[in-house]
Write a protein that binds this ligand. Structure first.
Ligand code: SAM
Length: 204
């Protein structure tokens, strides 16, 4: 793990607190709508933990041990049982159809292989289960998209790996789910670029 992974973990909650109030409804729309056996990919510091229904059986995949330390601390404070697996979404160490729900929030912008992670999510969800996602995505507006692409290298560097310009909705639609329902909206956070977001669910 690099210094940037350590710094990212150390400052994540502080930086996130700037937008967390606006993100909360989407945590309720995703984590809050889960049932049964639930997997969160990229659990981070556990920002979704307060929103999971109390009776779900929770597993989280998180590759950054500095994030995991904070995640375990938060789970303990909340009295919430969670199994944290130190792995990546690109090769989930679970059998096919192991979970009723898979959740990602603000993760698919960071993973190395977007298509692979979405396909792994699809693989481990049981028939009738749900992939619930809240992500920021590439703009549908041509001028804004060019601006996002121009800004992306600097943004990626500053955020240790987040990408502004990913077609995450396209990747989810192409992953073989039976039905995908999503809402798109802009979450302006006071930067000279709007942040197009999606929140939704894909049925396996
Ligand atoms: C921006 S944080 C979001 C954390 C949390 N989901 C939230 O909503 O606050 C992205 C998280 O994804 C993790 N991550 C990065 N690449 C990953 C991968 N390939 N597979 C799984 N998690 C990954 C990072 O370590 C980080 O904890």
């Amino acid at each position: 793990m690099s210094l940037s992974d350590r710094l990212f973990a150390a400052f994540y909650d502080v930086l996130n607190s700037v937008v967390e109030g606006r993100v909360e409804p989407y945590r309720r729309e995703t984590a809050g709508k889960t049932w049964g056996d639930v997997l969160e990919i990229g659990g981070g510091t556990g920002a979704n933990l307060p929103y999971y229904p109390p009776d779900v059986r929770l597993t989280m995949v998180e590759p950054n041990p500095h994030m995991t330390k904070r995640l375990n601390r938060r789970a303990k404070k909340l009295g919430r049982a969670v199994e944290v697996v130190p792995d990546v979404g690109e090769k989930l160490p679970f059998d096919d159809a192991s979970f009723d729900c898979v959740v990602t929030t603000l993760v698919l912008c960071m993973v190395d292989d977007l298509d692979r992670v979405v396909s792994e999510a699809r693989r481990v969800i049981r028939p009738g289960g749900s992939f619930l996602f809240y992500e920021h995505v590439v703009s549908s507006n041509g001028a804004m998209r060019r601006w996002q692409r121009l800004l992306n290298p600097a943004w990626r560097f500053a955020t240790t790996g987040c990408n502004l310009d990913r077609d995450i909705a396209g990747a989810i639609r192409a992953a073989g789910f039976r039905r995908v329902e999503l809402t798109s909206f802009d979450l302006s956070v006071g930067l000279p670029v709007t942040i197009p977001n999606i929140v939704g669910a894909a049925e396996a």
